[in-house]
Design a protein around this ligand. Structure first.
Ligand SMILES: Nc1nc2c(c(=O)[nH]1)N[C@H]1C(S)=C(S)[C@@H](COP(=O)(O)OP(=O)(O)OC[C@H]3O[C@@H](n4cnc5c(=O)[nH]c(N)nc54)[C@H](O)[C@@H]3O)O[C@H]1N2
Ligand SMILES: Nc1nc2c(c(=O)[nH]1)N[C@H]1C(S)=C(S)[C@@H](COP(=O)(O)OP(=O)(O)OC[C@H]3O[C@@H](n4cnc5c(=O)[nH]c(N)nc54)[C@H](O)[C@@H]3O)O[C@H]1N2
Ligand code: SF4
Ligand SMILES: [Mo]
Length: 815
């Protein structure tokens, strides 16, 4: 078992325990109070880099810990799936883990390791981040490429799509680095479809401080919510049209010369010439100069004053002339052995695309008036350095890949990337990776589901999305998945089309699920394993993400109290299961401390030090900027981790796979015409947002939170409500072409009257308040995701259109 050093202070019966709240992405530094052995309260720890404040969910931690609905014993199903009574019987841990290991081995023997998928809750909304490295290691040891982690609905835009531009994400998921907004030094911050006041307290407090010192703020959100009220410019974008907005902003910036020309010349592929006929970068092959691999990576720009080609060697990241002489505009006729070809710099093509989004087009598409567009563009340029953070508002759309690309290109224009006050690749305390990418199982992995159809999508990073997982379970497409090991993920609530998902999960040969509560998803498992909450287990955290200072803290969070009943930490369950699967040696023979020691070794910090200092140990870090301009080990300029070693305004990678190399805007609603027709069957545009009091599909059973928000809500403009004889607080039905669910109307005057905003995640009841639960699968329930058509999806990531759906709202009971 894990050691759990509980720091003793004060007098004998009251303990104050340093740690952090791991319930959401903010990971606020905290001090827990334990009185007479009982966890009674959680407070912020101001000495911690993320400890300025905690939220109501954090304060409700003792309620979570002692909740009567917590799972406390391993359970086995005794009745068929689909039966209204699963016939759960308690079993021993030995029996539960033996059943699980045996089923995993049986399925592996019959169908291969890939037929056992893993699912994991998002680390932004749960404490699974405590154990994510071990989940990864287990799947690597076992050899399955199929890990579901909500990436298709959360993370794709920030962490992956932006890699096609910068070679790194705007956040790091599954290892690697992310370029975090340097809020403390930014001149201007753009919050794009991101409401940290509700969703990430630590960012909200950092922004409040920065506003005090005069930082400018641009908020892009259909609702005026959170920091929207404090923004210098609030752009009330039409849901789903952010890509067009990014192009429209870039158009103004390019037109006015409000862009960092030097950065674009030196550090983007903007100067590289693109052939008009093929859309490919002009290469040494085309010129008949070099037929080898190197020739394919030798491109050309145009020398503005000397009117000649300038070679660019992508392998070395080197131009044969000073970058400031490279043309960004114009059209050039280049002689090749096959005849003359006409070429234009990639930047010229990007600028031309942007010109198709003049202010009038942006107003028609995004519903943003020209003066506001201009004010935003002006601020972005004149208040540099700029940083940005974009989240769910742009990630839950059927056009999320190109939207994220369009935003990242706009950001490239500012030249602020990796500079002070920009999006900075922050340093981290050095650690040894222990996710096990070097294990034989990982090396021999089959391609993940989705690889053949969308090789640039999630599968490239060995993740799978919800729909493809369900299809593999139910239709063996492209190959069968017969088993699932679930670490929390409540997929049936968080993914579109839970009805199809329910069929898929019910069809499995074996499903084991680890959770604190019996969720609608867990209820379809064969074996349910009770897990300790974050306050009932020790966990190691290296770096707290939001700033260089926060990154420097290493903390071994102690357990505050023991888990209820027989519940166990995810990590200890994983180590135990790994042993039964024959991976004891790969899992340090069950010794979690040994794993931490290995991980910490390069940091110079020891477990003993961390146990002696539960508030954490700081390892001084130095932030270096503009790392792309440094030389790498071979003496080449490092550049960016893209095929061209430059920021890719123009993506040949996307082009090669049949996608647009420049991020043109595709309307995700599928039915934009009906927005102009109030008589249409579905005249309202439905999007959604997260509530401040609850995390995704959790917390509705916690009385202190639920009593402040009893029912699922849908925000609508009073005018839209009046037209439908709906009053504030009325129950209404929300109907799309795909389904119908219920919610309570809440008026919001800041909305465009054509836009309505729902909430997802409602299923749980709260007995203490006599507050109801909701049917996850029917029209009398409140599962927003029954309204979503999963087949309208992003062509790269397969993200469904969660935030731009045509709907109608009626008083409940009125059809
Ligand atoms: N319509 C709509 N749908 C959405 C979203 C939206 O905004 N709108 N948001 C999407 C996003 S951003 C995400 S990330 C997904 C989230 O989807 P999920 O990742 O499924 O997150 P939750 O719904 O919060 O469910 C998390 C589950 O994990 C359990 N859990 C909590 N901590 C632990 C732990 O330490 N160990 C284990 N084993 N279990 C734990 C909880 O009890 C809960 O059952 O939903 C997505 N779905
Ligand atoms: N309280 C709380 N905190 C959370 C979570 C939670 O469930 N509750 N979940 C955690 C997780 S997993 C995540 S991913 C983060 C997400 O954190 P956020 O991204 O802040 O979450 P949301 O509220 O879903 O979306 C942000 C904003 O997008 C706006 N929006 C809706 N549609 C559009 C659109 O088309 N374009 C634009 N530009 N904006 C749009 C919404 O009005 C909303 O204000 O929060 C994390 N923290
Ligand atoms: S914002 Fe709230 S739930 Fe999230 S880590 Fe901080 S205290 Fe915990
Ligand atoms: Mo998320």
């Amino acid at each position: 078992m894990e050691g759990s050093a509980i720091a003793m202070t004060d007098h004998a019966s009251t303990q104050k325990i340093h740690g952090h709240c791991a319930l959401c992405i903010a990971r606020c530094g905290t001090i827990a109070t334990v009185e007479g052995g009982r966890f009674t309260r959680l407070d912020p720890d101001p000495s911690h880099p993320t400890g300025q404040a905690i939220c109501a969910k954090g304060r409700a931690a003792p309620e979570l810990v002692y909740h009567p609905d917590r799972l406390t014993r391993p359970l086995r199903r005794t009745r068929p799936k689909g039966d209204s009574d699963p016939g759960w019987v308690p079993i021993s841990w030995d029996e539960a883990l033996d059943l699980t290991a045996t089923a995993m081995q049986r399925i592996k023997a019959q169908y291969g390791a890939r037929a056992v998928a893993f699912s994991m809750a998002s680390a932004s909304t749960t404490a699974i981040g405590d154990s994510a490295v071990f989940v990864q290691r287990l799947r690597n040891a076992f050899g399955t490429p199929n890990l579901y982690g909500s990436i298709d609905v959360c993370g794709w835009g920030r962490a992956f799509a932006t890699q096609y531009t910068f070679g790194v994400g705007i956040v790091a998921i599954g290892g690697g680095q992310g370029a975090m907004a340097d809020i403390a030094n930014a001149g201007c911050l753009i919050l794009w479809g991101y409401n940290p006041s509700f969703s990430r307290l630590t960012h909200a407090t950092a922004i409040a401080d920065a506003l005090q010192r005069g930082m400018k703020l641009i908020v892009i959100d259909p609702r005026k919510v959170g920091l929207g009220a404090k923004a210098d410019v609030w752009l009330r974008v039409r849901p789903g049209s952010d890509g067009a907005l990014a192009l429209g902003l870039a158009n103004l910036m390019i037109r006015n010369g409000w862009y960092d020309r030097k950065f674009i010349q030196a550090w983007s592929n903007g100067p590289l010439l693109v052939r008009n006929d093929t859309g490919r970068l002009l290469s040494a092959h085309d010129l008949g100069q070099d037929s080898g691999d190197e020739g394919a990576r030798r491109y050309f720009a145009w020398h503005e004053t000397e009117a000649r080609l300038v070679a660019y060697d992508a392998a070395a990241g080197h131009h044969e002339a000073d970058a400031s002489s490279l043309a960004l505009e114009g059209e050039y006729r280049i002689a090749t052995p096959q005849g003359e070809v006409i070429c234009r710099p990639a930047f010229e093509l990007y600028a031309a695309l942007c010109r198709t989004y003049p202010p009038e087009a942006v107003e028609a598409t995004c519903w943003i008036p020209p003066d506001q567009l201009e004010a935003a563009a002006r601020l972005i340029w004149h208040a540099r350095p700029v940083s940005y953070y974009a989240w769910s508002g742009h990630e839950q759309h059927a056009n999320t890949t190109q939207t994220a690309r369009a935003m990242s290109l706009l950001y490239a224009l500012t030249g602020s990337f990796d500079g002070p006050g920009g999006n900075v690749l922050l340093p981290g305390v050095p650690t040894r990776p222990i996710v096990g990418n070097d294990l034989p199982g990982a090396k021999g992995m089959a391609p993940a589901l989705g690889m053949s159809d969308r090789p640039l999508g999630l599968a490239r990073w060995n993740f799978v999305g919800g729909r493809e997982l369900y299809e593999a379970m139910l239709e063996s497409k492209p190959y069968p998945v017969r088993g699932l090991i679930g670490f929390g993920a409540n997929m049936l609530m968080s993914q579109a089309d839970g009805i199809y998902g329910r069929k898929a999960l019910a069809s499995l040969d074996f499903y084991a699920h680890l959770d604190m509560f019996m969720t609608p998803t867990a209820a379809l498992a064969d074996v349910v394993l009770p897990v300790a909450s974050a306050f009932e287990r020790e966990a190691l955290r290296v770096g707290f993400e939001i700033s260089a200072e926060a990154q420097s803290l290493v903390q071994l969070r102690p357990a505050v109290v023991p888990p209820p009943g027989q519940a166990r930490p995810d990590a200890s369950i994983i180590f135990d299961l790994a042993g039964r699967l024959g991976f004891a040696a790969e899992f340090w023979n069950g010794d979690i401390d040994a794993a931490y020691r290995q991980q910490l070794e390069p940091s110079g910090v020891t477990l003993e030090q961390l146990r002696a200092h539960p508030e954490g140990v700081r390892v001084p870090l130095k932030t270096q900027h503009a790392k792309h301009a440094q030389a790498d080990a071979a003496g080449f300029t490092r550049g960016f981790a893209t095929p061209s070693r430059r920021v890719e305004l123009y993506s040949e990678t996307l082009l090669e796979h049949g996608y647009a190399p420049l991020p043109d805007f595709v309307d995700p609603t599928g039915a934009p015409g009906s927005l102009r027709d109030p008589k249409a069957r579905f005249p309202l545009l439905l999007t959604c947002a997260k509530p401040t009091l609850f995390l995704q599909s959790q917390n509705r059973a916690l009385a202190s939170l639920r009593k402040r928000s009893m029912f699922p809500e849908v925000e609508m403009h009073p005018e839209a409500a009046r037209e439908r004889q709906i009053s504030q607080g009325d129950w209404v039905s929300i109907t799309t072409a795909d389904g119908s669910v219920r919610a309570c109307a809440r008026f919001n005057e800041t909305l465009d009257p054509r836009v309505v905003v729902g909430q997802h995640g409602w299923w749980q009841g709260c007995a203490e308040l006599d507050a109801p639960g909701y049917d996850p699968f029917g029209p009398m329930g409140a599962n927003y995701n029954l309204l979503i058509d999963p087949t309208v999806a992003d062509p790269v990531s397969r993200t469904a259109s969660y935030r731009a759906n045509m709907c109608e709202i009626r008083a409940a009971g009125v059809s």
